[in-house]
Design a protein around this ligand. Structure first.
Ligand code: TXA
Ligand code: MG
Length: 331
């Protein structure tokens, strides 16, 4: 298949929307990461998404809307919390999991009785969804297991020849995928941490919010993840990766020693040292750095853990530990 590169001109967005309405796939920018969009109400489009990504089909897709009013067509008994969160955070990097209506295909939700909804904070994405006149199912537009794409060039590197078109929008300004919040249980539960923090959600709801134990204790076999996507190896660079945790000065020294050692042993080593950089900038940069390392043929990445005292740091560490396959050395 020839993958068309489209601009964000009205003519090209119209074309992209027509591709989606006709059951095809278009990668598009969002504020978090690029998404691989298809008609959420068309089971064969959902099947194509899984095929293009090489993704297991039990891992449900996020359904993107342009207007919160559309949610009523997709969900059964909308909880009161839903309206408050949609009002406060949409458009934005928060995904809400609610009960689905029968009309939402099982192919889109991986057979779950729930559906994940989000309104992205990106003008191109919103215009595309409006023009397509259908909810747009979109996982991150990477090959399954690769780091999420934060610019169109990343999408092309993974999916050229596998999808109909890529919209060449701006790089994603958030850089990590949305916070996924499950509203179907007795209390709101974060299934995936992101830049919308538990503190912000608690403030909006006036009730406590907890993390799925699969996030806080990812290595505990007892805590099976409730977001099916969390159980697969993720964000992995081709290179081997080790995370060093401890006193920042000691970490820097140990990484430098290790770098010289491994280099002497013939390895091409890359380091990921963010120092005191602002957390939102680290988040924006992280996936892109992993891809750069792979491109330059790095065999081993030595990374310094970032502090998890704040929720944004916690979200970054969630991705960093996954990328490293939980290989961590305390120093
Ligand atoms: O920022 C984002 O959310 C990006 C952009 C494109 O919007 N999308 C994204 O999609 O990251 P994806 O498919 O890569 O990740 C979706 C996550 C997975 O962990 C999946 O298991 C979970 O959301 N998820 C989707 N539907 C769910 C449901 N009904 N119940 C529980 N988890 C769900
Ligand atoms: Mg993904």
């Amino acid at each position: 298949m020839k993958t068309r590169l489209l601009t964000t001109s009205p003519k090209h967005l119209r074309l992209a929307a027509d591709i989606i309405s006709a059951g095809g796939l278009v990668a598009f920018p969002t504020e978090t990461v690029y998404g691989l969009g298809g008609d959420a109400m068309n089971p064969s489009a959902a099947a194509l998404i899984y095929e293009a990504k090489g993704r297991p089909s039990d891992n449900p897709l996020i359904v993107h809307l342009a207007d919160p009013a559309e949610a009523v067509h997709l969900t059964e008994d909308i909880p009161e919390t839903f309206a408050r969160l949609a009002e406060r955070f949409w458009p934005g990097p928060l995904t809400l999991v609610v009960r689905k209506k029968a009309s939402v295909p099982d192919a889109t939700t991986g057979g779950l009785p729930t559906v994940a909804l989000r309104i992205p904070d990106n003008a191109v994405a919103l215009e595309l969804i409006r023009l397509a006149r259908t909810p747009v199912a979109a996982p991150s537009a990477n090959l399954s297991g690769h780091p999420s794409p934060t610019c169109w060039e990343h999408v092309r590197a993974d999916l050229d020849g596998r999808i109909d078109a890529i919209i060449k929008g701006d790089p994603s300004r958030v850089g990590l995928e949305s916070t996924v919040l499950d509203l179907t249980g007795p209390a709101p539960l974060i299934l995936r941490p992101g830049l919308v923090t538990p503190e912000e959600i608690e403030a909006a709801l006036g009730q406590p919010v907890t993390y799925d134990p699969a996030i806080t204790e990812p290595m505990d076999p007892k805590s099976a993840p409730r977001a099916p996507g969390m159980k697969y190896r993720h964000y992995a660079p081709r290179a081997e990766m080790i995370v060093f945790k401890g006193d920042p000065e000691v970490v820097v020294r140990i990484i430098e020693e290790r770098r010289l050692q491994e280099k002497a042993a013939g390895k091409k080593v890359g380091t990921l040292l963010y120092g005191q950089a602002e957390k939102h900038l680290i988040a924006r940069d992280f996936f892109s750095r992993l891809r750069q390392m792979d491109q330059t043929g790095v065999d081993l990445i030595l990374a310094a853990a970032v502090s998890t005292e704040d929720s944004v740091g916690f979200s970054i560490m969630n991705r960093m530990l996954k990328a490293a396959g939980y290989r961590i050395e305390e120093v």
